[in-house]
Design a protein around this ligand. Structure first.
Ligand SMILES: [Zn+2]
Ligand SMILES: [Zn+2]
Length: 227
């Protein structure tokens, strides 16, 4: 047993694994204590067929609107509900910038989505802009899905800084509302899985998918930590 401090609430707790395992990196020590982890809600039972949120109806109201806005349907599946716990977690991970939290759900993500990811032709994590990279120092999505790192292609999809577009006039800005762009067309004819941290409004993933479909992607589905 190893003594550790929870990276979310700060309380001390015992974790399984020996000190030498920890020292030599043989076991990933859970960065969250169990009371914190027990606050999260795994998505179970009936879900919206498009966005993957818990839902008693086949298509939630948001997704019915998405279907009118784009000529493709995005199928998202998520591990957790986006609730107050997830808000706290993402705040600490992204904005406080504690990169050690990246492994908090890696075994659960791998268990639920590992097979789907390994069978997919192309796996792309939603990129962060250069500005965000400078400020945060890491891509939070790549961190969460680090177990799939060998499959991930990070040289295809990019996203521009919001600031760059504020200099443009209004018409240009509207045209550039989608900040994603591609640096190569390897997505053409491919089935793609897009990975993201949180599916909130769905805008990010729809825009990223639109960009890939425009370049000839065959089919895109998405996986997020939370919905
Ligand atoms: Zn805790
Ligand atoms: Zn939905």
């Amino acid at each position: 047993m190893v003594s550790s401090y929870c990276l979310l609430c700060g309380s001390a707790y015992q974790t399984s694994g020996s000190f030498s395992d920890w020292l030599f990196g043989n076991s990933v020590i859970d960065p969250l204590c169990s009371p914190c982890k027990n606050r999260c809600h795994y998505i179970q039972g009936p879900i919206c067929q498009d966005c993957g949120r818990p839902s008693q109806v086949e298509l939630c109201a948001d997704c019915r609107i998405w279907r009118t806005k784009y000529d493709f349907v995005l199928t998202n599946r998520a591990l957790l509900s986006y609730d107050s716990f997830l808000k706290d977690f993402m705040h600490q991970y992204k904005f406080v910038g504690d990169y050690r939290l990246r492994s908090a759900f890696s075994s659960e993500l791998k268990e639920k989505f590992g097979k789907q990811i390994s069978q997919s032709a192309l796996v792309i994590s939603v990129p962060v802009s250069r500005q965000t990279m400078r400020e945060r120092g890491f891509n939070q999505v790549k961190g969460l899905f680090a177990f799939a790192e060998k499959k991930m292609r990070n040289d295809i999809l990019y996203v521009a800084d919001k600031k760059q577009t504020s200099k443009l006039d209004r018409r240009d800005r509207l045209n550039k509302a989608n900040l994603f762009f591609l640096k190569n067309k390897d997505c053409a004819e491919n089935e793609i899985i897009l990975l993201d941290d949180v599916y909130t409004t769905g805008t990010t993933l729809h825009q990223a998918a639109a960009c890939l479909y425009e370049a000839g992607a065959k089919k895109i589905s998405t996986i997020s930590l939370a919905r």
